[in-house]
Design a protein around this ligand. Structure first.
Ligand code: UDP
Ligand code: MG
Length: 346
């Protein structure tokens, strides 16, 4: 599936424009270092480029610093949100405002090395692939707890969802315009971007990239934020947790029936013994426990239905700088029918 990029950057890139999307939440300290590494790489491509940054409700002065950076960083565009909407939505907003025929999505904390961009683009340029992901070669960098959690999540996701998402690939990748448009045609509110890209399909490959340590600041993803994303991901892409209750329920009822028959027979043959308080208690606890778990899972899906039927906008833009056309505060196409490309297959 994977080939090392031999076609290198010496081949001139055949793209009329390359876009880079950078979601940012409290990244003030890393900006200068980021642009110092990113801009020369983009300039080396030899084609026009744009850098679309999305300030996702930063509480620090990321937005002000981005505005200052426009003096030195060519084609820097800025969207700033009315509040923090989360990385998945920030990336969506950035993608919606790109105009390149290939779009690179990456973190802005320099964990995704900009120097890998030419390789991603070279692989895209071959024409065999519509999406090229960076595959991390150094998997076990994080804390042991986080690694264990992430392994468990990918196992569960693999088992329960109808699409495949590799543990080794993250949000760093290059996407053809076709893929970006397909991604944007999915209007759902609970967004797990990698799942949406995978669901869109298209020909996908990976290239090995050594990811780096976060340069400044701290990770924005606490345990509970990650857990929420994991639950949203699993329940957005599979209905096994919802359906499995029919199987468990049938199994439990059949066992209860068998146990009932056993008790009747035993009473008929050996007569009634002391009333079985412990077994009664165990049965009650067992069944109420199962029911509560089942209800919780139904609640999770109901939550999705609830947030989808409200049809709220995905985000609001507070200010947008550097775009040719005026940018509305609502997501593009908000409330409009899905674009033509998406009509089949849904
Ligand atoms: N980010 C964002 N909104 C958020 C949290 C994070 O736009 O609510 C951005 C953040 O600025 C960074 C990227 O998403 O560019 C990845 O976040 P982070 O480095 O905190 O995650 P980690 O690398 O630990 O997974
Ligand atoms: Mg990071």
């Amino acid at each position: 599936m994977t080939t090392a990029p031999e076609t290198s950057t010496q081949d001139t890139l055949r793209a009329s424009m390359v876009s880079v999307v950078l979601p940012m939440h409290n990244e003030r300290d890393g900006l200068d270092r980021l642009f110092a590494r990113l801009v020369p790489v983009l300039q080396g491509l030899g084609v026009p480029f744009e850098i679309v940054t999305v300030d996702d409700g930063s509480r620090d002065d990321t937005f002000e610093r981005l505005k200052v950076a426009r003096a030195t960083v060519p084609n820097l565009k800025i969207v700033t949100f009315s509040r923090n909407f989360g990385k998945e939505i920030a990336v969506t907003a950035g993608l919606a405002r790109t105009s390149g025929d290939v779009v690179v999505v990456m973190d802005s904390d320099l964990q995704h090395p900009p120097e890998a961009i030419p390789q991603l683009l070279a692989e895209w340029q071959c024409g065999h692939y519509d999406a090229v992901y960076a595959r991390r070669v150094d998997l076990d960098r994080g804390s042991p707890l986080r690694n264990a959690f992430s392994t468990a999540f990918y196992k569960a996701f693999d088992y329960m969802s109808e699409i495949r998402v590799d543990r080794e690939t993250g949000d760093f990748g290059a996407f053809d315009r076709k893929v970006v448009d397909a991604f944007l045609a999915m209007p759902e509110r609970n967004r797990f971007n990698r799942g949406l890209f995978a669901w869109a399909g298209f020909r996908t490959t990976t290239i090995p990239v050594t990811m780096e340590e976060r340069q400044t600041g701290t990770s924005q993803w606490g345990f509970f934020k990650l857990l929420r994303l994991a639950i949203a991901a699993i329940t957005s892409f599979g209905t096994l947790p919802l359906k499995i209750w029919a199987v468990i329920g049938t199994f439990v009822s059949l066992s209860a029936l068998a146990y009932g028959l056993f008790v009747i027979l035993k009473t008929l043959i050996f007569g009634a013994d002391t009333p079985g308080f412990p077994s009664l208690m165990v049965a009650i606890l067992f069944f109420s426990g199962i029911q509560l778990v089942g209800l919780g899972i139904i609640g999770e899906y109901l939550g999705h239905v609830f947030s989808e039927v409200k049809r709220r906008p995905l985000y609001f833009v507070r200010e947008a700088i550097g775009f040719d056309r005026p940018v509305s505060i609502l997501p593009p196409n908000h409330g409009a029918a899905a674009p033509e490309a998406n009509r089949d297959g849904r």
